[in-house]
Design a protein around this ligand. Structure first.
Ligand code: ADP
Length: 604
């Protein structure tokens, strides 16, 4: 259970880290550029029959005014014509700071004064001060408005207009906004979150003393060359006229707009004015909305990989991976600008994180299941191998008893054999279960106290008949001292195994010795034979499950290679250790070192 909880916590952490990385990826300059490009692609120009008309002082106009055209003269003459055509308002995108020729300025002043609802332009000059129109011109205007556009620094595209600009503690509204206000003969009502002009609410919240507003570019704005104004005068009535210089030889103000086109600044004023007039504004999605959607994407991706696996998970996550690519378009339909990078990065990173995490977890679980299976199969092998001998004895004896009429004495012998072999069988089954549990670390060892000599005696008695069959002498060279604490059954199993191996892997007519030595609280029990032996390389592997030496295989003795690994487990679980020395062809000596309590200690 704690492992499962740790797995869930690890998984949630992995998804959370991917979410955080995705958000970070969405908030940098490069991501900003990608978001901008997505916006440019998606924000289609709006079709509109508008109010704004641009009157352009273009190259033909300049040519019409001769070799050295005087801009103030051109403006004066053009304004005179425009005023006669009775437009609603006229915005003049020319900075009229300072004075020039007296006669020219007088004519200009007169032209300005006859222009209805005139808006003049102002700029921040290189000294950081407002460059307003000269007072004699200023007095003729209904308002002055800021004419500069701040393009996006990352790619130079003009997407937004600062409706408000503060410099040297003085605030100016943008020319387009002032023109809109004047054309509506209204006031600008302001709050930190929006502006209101003639019942049009403009959602332009104040940010760093500007109020950015997305310009919704129209498909086209009518442009009339000042040189051909006479033929179009009728079109100006009731319209809002933006008069500015578009000739590149005079003013190099061209702005790049989202469609990829570059247009003169005066036309951008007209687009901004149209945006205000239509009253349908775009706003940036709030951070809360972006964060919530990104969180939802991360959670959904994480949950899909938590509840599904393999192809089901991969296929069901596809819509989530595609969704962030569609979100900006869906939001734009609701007049909201939504980023593309942050949600896409969150969805894809969370997908990669969840998939990788689950992949490794599933692989880990699979590996564990496989090793459990292998261990179980080994145990079954061992049990089958160990049970064969008593089963054969029981089967043989019972068959003899049922087939033949045997003398009473022989029958008694056979039934005693059946009895003892079935007991052995049940011991083996018990040992099998114990060893299984020992390997899983689930078993609490019994804590019996018994003399070490009893274990040695029992095992030697059990092995004696096998040794006898091969004419092998089995001797106990030194008396065994001390008392062991632990599981007597398992301890007998361990020593019995060493003894049967010694007999199994020794030729007839040899000698198997049991040696014992006590040193403090340590009892060494050795089983020494004169058998086939093992070389140094083989010695390294004999405690591994299933390992058998070549020599053992060739000896023709049956075996599974499991016994010694169990012996080692039993000894280590009792706090002891096991070692072996051997010489090929000469013999081996297995030594178990166990903790004992000696007789004096016990009697004290
Ligand atoms: P098994 O005897 O069933 O093969 P064990 O785990 O008891 O399995 O022993 C593993 C291997 O160690 C044996 O197959 C044999 O190669 C080697 N071995 C164990 N005891 C001896 C011994 N006394 N002399 C020589 N080789 C031995």
């Amino acid at each position: 259970m704690p492992a499962r909880r740790a797995h869930i916590a690890g998984y949630i952490t992995a998804v959370a880290v991917c979410f955080a990385l995705g958000m970070l990826a969405g908030w940098n300059r490069l991501a900003g550029r990608v978001d901008n490009q997505a916006y440019d692609l998606l924000s289609k120009p709006v079709a509109s029959e508008g109010e704004a008309i641009v009157v352009a002082i273009d190259e033909p106009t300049l040519r019409a005014f001769g070799e050295r055209p005087q801009i103030r003269n051109i403006v004066s003459m053009t304004l005179e014509k425009i005023s006669a055509a009775r437009p609603t308002a006229v915005a003049l995108d020319v900075i009229l700071g300072g004075y020039s020729d007296q006669a020219q300025d007088a004519r200009l002043e007169a032209a300005l004064k006859t222009t209805p609802n005139l808006i003049l332009g102002c700029l921040v000059d290189s000294d950081g001060k407002w460059e307003d129109p000269a007072p004699r011109f200023r007095s003729a205007a209904a308002a002055i408005g800021h004419v500069h556009y701040e393009a996006d620094q990352s790619d130079g595209v003009t997407r937004q207009l600062a409706l408000e600009t503060v410099y040297a503690n003085e605030r100016r509204w943008a020319m387009a906004l002032e023109t809109f206000r004047v054309s509506r003969n209204a006031e600008i009502l302001e709050s930190p979150d929006d502006l209101e002009v003639a019942h049009t609410r403009i959602p332009a919240a104040r940010q760093d003393s500007t109020r950015p507003m997305f310009i919704r570019y129209a498909q086209s704005i009518p442009v009339i060359s000042a040189a051909k104004l006479d033929q179009h005068l009728g079109e100006l009535e009731g319209k809002t006229v933006f008069l500015g210089i578009t000739a590149l030889s005079m003013a190099n103000d061209r702005l790049k707009i989202p469609t990829g086109a570059t247009i003169p600044g005066v036309t951008v004023h007209a687009h901004a004015y149209e945006t205000l007039r239509r009253g349908a504004f775009l706003t940036d999605a709030s951070s809360t909305v972006i964060l919530s959607i990104c969180l939802a994407l991360a959670a959904a991706t994480g949950l899909l990989f938590a509840f599904f696996s393999g192809w089901t998970a991969y296929i069901s996550v596809l819509p989530l991976l595609a969704l962030p690519l569609y979100l900006p378009g869906l939001f734009l339909e609701q007049d909201t600008v939504f980023p593309i990078v942050a949600p896409t990065a969150v969805a894809w990173l969370c997908f990669a994180g969840s998939a990788t995490y689950q992949h490794f977890i599933v692989r880990g679980t699979l590996r564990r299941t496989e090793s459990d299976k292998a261990r179980y199969q080994e145990a079954i092998h061992w049990a089958a191998h160990e049970m064969r001998t008593p089963l054969t004895a029981i089967q043989g004896s019972s068959e003899l008893m049922s087939r033949y009429k045997l003398p009473e004495e022989k029958r008694g012998e056979l039934s005693a054999m059946i009895n003892s072999e079935s007991k052995r069988l049940s011991r083996i089954i018990q040992t099998f279960l114990d060893v299984e549990r020992l390997a899983e670390g689930q078993m609490e060892l019994k804590k019996e106290v018994f003399p070490a000599s009893a274990v040695v005696d029992t095992c030697m008695a059990r092995v004696a008949p096998i040794a006898e069959r091969k004419n092998i002498a089995l001797t106990l060279d030194t008396p065994v001292d001390g008392t062991l604490t632990g599981d007597r059954e398992l301890m007998e199993y361990a020593l019995y195994n060493l003894l049967t191996n010694a007999v199994k892997y020794s030729p007839p007519e040899t000698h198997v010795r049991v040696l014992s030595a006590t040193k403090g609280h340590e009892l060494s029990l050795s089983v020494q034979d004169e058998g086939i032996g093992m070389d140094a390389k083989e010695l390294k592997s004999i405690f591994k499950k299933f390992y058998r030496t070549k020599r053992a295989e060739l000896s023709g003795e049956a075996g599974t290679g499991i016994g010694l690994s169990i012996v080692q487990q039993i000894v280590t679980h009792h706090g002891g250790r096991i070692g072996v020395t051997s010489t090929p062809g000469k013999g081996s000596c297995f030594t178990m070192v166990l903790t004992v309590q000696n007789a004096e200690a016990l009697s004290r």
